[in-house]
Ligand binder design. Structure first.
Ligand code: URA
Length: 263
């Protein structure tokens, strides 16, 4: 076995894919090396921001220099907690969960909404699904703190239900701002709600995962589109811990790693 094939198998073990046949993994790695999974682009419109952002070197809302992403994220967090029409009016949650990670991350994971542990701690993806996400990130050879992690909705829906469209439309403009500030190379929506929001398509995650698309930032931001690789939510992976689902997620993550290596 070549050194790279051995490394790939070792990484698959980290992701808990030990019973996926090696031959299958090797053929996946080979087909990905040609980046054959890059599919036709889906062009997506984002939310609008003020026109002045186009020419300005400062964030048009905070006035903070765009070079200081950490300060911009801090300011956005405070503004979200003050002004989000969903999170300031909904009842029953303990903390809002803004998001965390490197302000200059190349990979930005987008989840659905905080669960119980996230609600109690104020941090994204720290419960069981978060542990699986940590394993996925480690299997990619990355550290959690090198990535950025946030959710479509920043407060826990009652009884962990799926976020409502009305809730998403009030809270998600803050996610759009977060993405613009971090300006990652690749967005990885985890599961259906995050993928549907970014791609503005009403298809199930099974049809969208594993296919490269693009998120087009609001026109007024003047920013270039960002590559998107949707994959299954780690909670779905845990509920459906089959060789097939694990291989699908691992294939998506390998596509992300290949693209990052080329960037
Ligand atoms: N599930 C999510 O979508 N987000 C979290 O932060 C935790 C679990």
């Amino acid at each position: 076995m070549s050194k790279s094939a051995r490394q790939s198998v070792e990484t698959d073990l980290l992701l808990g894919m030990e019973d996926v046949p090696l031959a299958k993994l090797e053929s996946q790695t080979e087909s990905l090396s040609a980046d054959a999974r890059i599919a036709p682009t889906v062009v997506v419109a984002g939310a609008s921001v003020t026109e002045s952002a186009r020419l300005s070197r400062s964030n048009p809302i905070s006035g903070i220099p765009t070079s200081d992403s950490g300060a911009q994220l801090d300011e956005l967090r405070m503004r979200h907690d003050r002004e989000c029409l969903h999170c300031t009016t909904v009842r029953g949650h303990t903390h809002t969960v803004f998001g965390e990670g490197s302000p200059s991350a190349k990979i930005f994971f987008v989840g659905e909404a905080p669960g119980e542990t996230e609600d109690l701690t104020g941090r994204p993806f720290v419960g069981r699904a978060g542990q699986k996400l940590d394993e996925m990130i480690a299997a990619m050879g990355l550290r959690r703190e090198d990535c950025y992690i946030a959710n479509v909705l920043k407060s826990r829906p009652p009884d962990n239900r799926v976020p409502l469209p009305s809730e998403i439309s009030l809270c998600s403009p803050f996610l759009v701002e977060q993405i613009l500030i971090v300006s990652p190379v690749i967005l990885v929506p985890l599961g259906g709600p995050a993928t549907k929001l970014l791609l503005k398509v009403d298809l199930g995650i099974s049809k969208l995962r594993g296919i490269w698309t693009q998120w087009v930032p609001p026109a007024a931001s003047g920013r270039a589109p960002i590559a998107v690789m949707p994959t299954f939510h780690p909670a779905y992976l845990l509920r459906n811990y089959t060789a097939e689902t694990r291989a699908a997620v691992w294939s998506d993550l390998k596509a992300v790693m290949n693209r990052l290596a080329q960037s």
